[in-house]
Ligand binder design. Structure first.
Ligand code: FAD
Length: 290
């Protein structure tokens, strides 16, 4: 039986060097709530595991220029306890903190959720709606990429095999801005989203939407940014016309699968309903003068 090598580097450069120099299969470890399950079930058989949690900056949240930098391996529990982040990005926080259970929350990270590349990953639509950027480091240096460019298919990312995500950047918010994330699951918790909807809006003083981003999860092979759905909101108050247009645009973007959690028709219908409800929450929060 091949031995599994575990390394816990203390710099990003060492982590990248280990990844780049690995002969067999190397896997990056954050919280392990996906990776260890896959390891135990035999779905992945890495030769090397590179734990990122000892690298300074990979865990923690900083406010920079009015925005936020979230370390890639920061667990959901820490994200939920960061009051300024909850105030600025309540949707991102609610998406991150509904992953799993209290135990899972102590470990599960945004980078793990993104790089596991499930179409149903909960934090991803919220991050996409938030226009989050991830910082990626590899042997060629540092680059930045929008979150929506990372997942390219179920279980597949656009990262090179020797690249790691180090942090997520959330931009500074204009006044009267807010976001929301909603998912539908058949049970009350510990289940995979049938549909997830993340919406971020900025309103003017009269309550008219000046900017919006809408993202959907679990309705296509990758989480979707849906500009047509955002277009249904921009320039309008959240009246029936806007809600109907949002619902229609969200439904039109869906290319879901049929499975035991929901049929294609069901998922498409739920996507429209969740988009409406998430928009209502985001508008209400933004109108509260955030
Ligand atoms: C009981 C249970 C319930 C769950 N419930 C939910 C849920 O409700 N919603 C949901 O979306 N998910 C859920 N999950 C899945 C999982 O908890 C999440 O996807 C979590 O965010 C993964 O984060 P992690 O830090 O544990 O990732 P890990 O398991 O450490 O890593 C996951 C993948 O990402 C890669 N990776 C990790 N960090 C990096 C990095 N910095 N750069 C590049 N690649 C990296 C790893 O190599 C691996 O392929 C659940 C899992 C369990 C076991």
């Amino acid at each position: 039986m091949a031995t599994l090598n575990y390394q816990a580097p203390t710099t990003v450069q060492d982590a990248v060097r280990l990844l780049a120099g690995a002969g067999g299969i190397a896997k990056v470890l954050a919280g392990g709530t996906d990776l260890l399950v896959q390891l135990r079930s035999g779905r992945v058989k890495p030769d090397l595991i590179i734990d990122t949690k000892k690298i300074p900056g990979l865990i923690g949240i900083r406010e920079v220029d009015g925005g936020f930098v979230i370390g890639a391996a920061t667990p959901g529990a820490a994200i939920g306890e960061c009051e300024p982040l909850v105030k600025a990005w309540p949707g991102v926080v609610e998406a991150a903190t509904l992953i799993g259970s209290t135990q899972v929350q102590g470990r599960a990270s945004l980078a793990g959720n993104l790089c596991n590349a499930s179409p149903a990953a909960d934090s991803v639509p919220a991050l996409i709606a938030a226009k989050a950027i991830c910082v990626i480091v590899g042997p060629k240096g540092r680059r930045e990429a929008p979150v929506e460019s990372i997942i390219i298919g179920p279980g597949r990312t656009s990262l090179e095999r020797d690249e790691i995500v180090t942090e997520f950047h959330l931009p500074k918010r204009p006044p009267r801005s807010a976001d929301a994330y909603l998912r539908f699951i058949p049970r009350t918790e510990m289940d995979i989203a049938v549909v997830g909807a993340g919406i971020s809006v900025t309103l003017d003083a009269g309550g008219v939407c000046r900017d919006a981003r809408v993202a959907l999860g679990a309705v296509a092979p990758t989480p979707l940014l849906v500009p047509e759905a955002a277009g249904a909101l921009i320039g309008r108050k959240l009246d029936q016309t806007a809600l109907d247009a949002l619902d229609a645009a969200a439904r039109k973007a869906c290319k879901p699968i049929d499975d035991k959690r929901g049929t294609i028709d069901y998922r498409i219908k739920v996507a429209g309903v969740l988009a409406r409800r998430a928009a209502a929450i985001a508008f209400e929060r933004a109108g509260d003068g955030r």
